[in-house]
Design a protein around this ligand. Structure first.
Ligand code: PSV
Ligand code: MN
Length: 407
């Protein structure tokens, strides 16, 4: 299959050149793509019904770093890993940074965990109890300190805060508590770093959620300042929401900070990127490419929870799907698109998009991998390699995994 893709490359390159596409420029951009994988995607996780333990799933931060390094080695485009505190808590964060570097990667976004302490039953920063608000704030500040030590430039915030029943709490008081907590945390951000504010319309709260949508996150970030931007998790919207449209708007306002990529069929399913939504993903990348420099600081992160699938292969597939979507977006003939748009040629414009989307970019990706000095077929290598078998033997199968997250 790989040989087939490499053999198909010259014909594809010629066809693209004829369409006026600068293939060298496209290849250059693809080689510089950066997808961050999440430490929690390497461990056992599941639904609230059951966590099915996978042989060799990473059991601690050290194994998660090794796995993230392995995915980067196979793909060449996953040079950082996001951490979640306290799941990845350790004594010495400078040492953790060095350990990551020894695997060829850096520590990416730091995610405070504001949803698993007993005290957080009624919320973290929005909790009616001042003592719990303080506890949550202290944890966010602790994460800013971890950023300093690990060299991370991103504080990634998601709040499970909300209410389940009418009258449970004052929506406006909770809004003020959220604003105070973010304002205080903002003061502790390391120089040159950013705070990313993630939204999600429901779950675990089912009546109100304190940051339910991009508009709320955007309003909060506007009040905070330049270092605060919105994070779009592709699984956090109501059915039918046009995510590329949100992406375009936030990019133009300079308020798109980053992504949590995953796929979903129903709710926040956290499935492998691009499996249910390849066309949506393509359109998201199209907006990013169209935004040019305005997209230069966007952080591309994966946020998945693998329940029945092999963790490493799932992550690998996700990274590859991000490459495919980006490659296709780079092939959109922007001149022809602009012309069709100006002329009100609705279906002409659509066909320009489909010409790019329907292009088989696998030869292009095989070629860039070869030029980057890695194997053109990462999945093939993974399946032949002994890494997964070796860690399965060394780490074994976790016992006693029941339900919840992480297992
Ligand atoms: C919440 O559903 C979320 O998307 C947040 O990003 C969390 O940090 C992550 O999942 C892991 O629970
Ligand atoms: Mn997320």
């Amino acid at each position: 299959m790989t040989d087939e893709h490499l053999a198909a490359y010259p014909a594809l390159a010629e066809r693209l050149q004829k369409r006026g596409i600068n293939v060298e420029d496209v290849k250059d951009k693809l080689k510089k793509q950066h997808i961050e994988t999440p430490s929690w995607g390497y461990g056992n996780s599941g639904t609230r019904f059951k966590v099915f333990a996978w042989p060799g799933a990473a059991r601690n931060i050290h194994e998660r770093l090794a796995d993230a390094g392995y995915i980067h080695k196979l793909t060449g485009v996953a040079p950082s890993v996001a951490i979640h505190i306290p799941w990845d808590k350790t004594e010495d964060y400078s040492a953790l940074r060095q350990e990551a570097q020894s695997h060829g990667i850096e520590i990416g976004a730091v995610n405070p965990n504001l949803f698993q302490d007993e005290e957080y039953k009624l919320g973290s920063v929005c909790n009616p109890s001042p003592a719990t608000q303080e506890q949550a704030l202290a944890h966010m500040i602790e994460c800013c300190e971890i950023m300093e030590k690990t060299g991370s430039k991103l504080l990634s915030l998601w709040f499970a805060d909300g209410t389940n029943y009418a009258g449970q709490d004052s929506v406006v008081d909770r809004k003020h508590r959220m604003e105070n907590a973010l304002r205080e945390t903002y003061k502790h951000l390391p120089k040159g770093s950013r705070m990313l504010v993630e939204y999600k319309f429901f779950e675990p709260a089912f009546f109100t959620t304190d940051i339910p949508d991009w508009g709320t996150a955007y309003a909060l970030c506007l009040k905070l300042g330049d270092q605060a931007q919105v994070l779009v998790d592709t699984g956090h919207h109501a059915q039918g929401t046009n995510i590329p449209m949100i992406v375009a708007y936030l990019l133009d306002e300079g308020k798109l900070g980053g992504f949590h990529f995953n796929a979903r069929q129903y709710a926040d399913d956290d499935l492998i990127v691009g499996t249910t939504n390849p066309f949506e993903l393509f359109n998201i990348f199209h907006e990013l490419v169209s935004a040019g420099d305005k997209a230069k600081d966007v952080a591309y992160m994966i946020d998945q929870s693998h329940n029945i699938e092999p963790k490493l292969e799932a992550m690998l597939q996700s990274v590859i799907h991000c490459q495919v979507a980006y490659a296709k977006a780079l092939l959109v003939d922007r001149k022809a698109l602009a012309e069709a748009q100006r002329g009100g040629d609705v279906l002409g414009a659509y066909r320009v998009m489909m010409e790019a989307y329907d292009t088989d970019v696998r030869p292009l990706l095989a070629k860039i991998r070869q030029e980057m000095g890695i194997d053109p077929d990462p999945i093939g290598v993974y399946r032949k390699d002994d890494y997964a078998r070796r860690v399965a033997k060394e780490r074994g199968v976790a016992s006693g995994a029941l339900g919840g997250f992480p297992g």
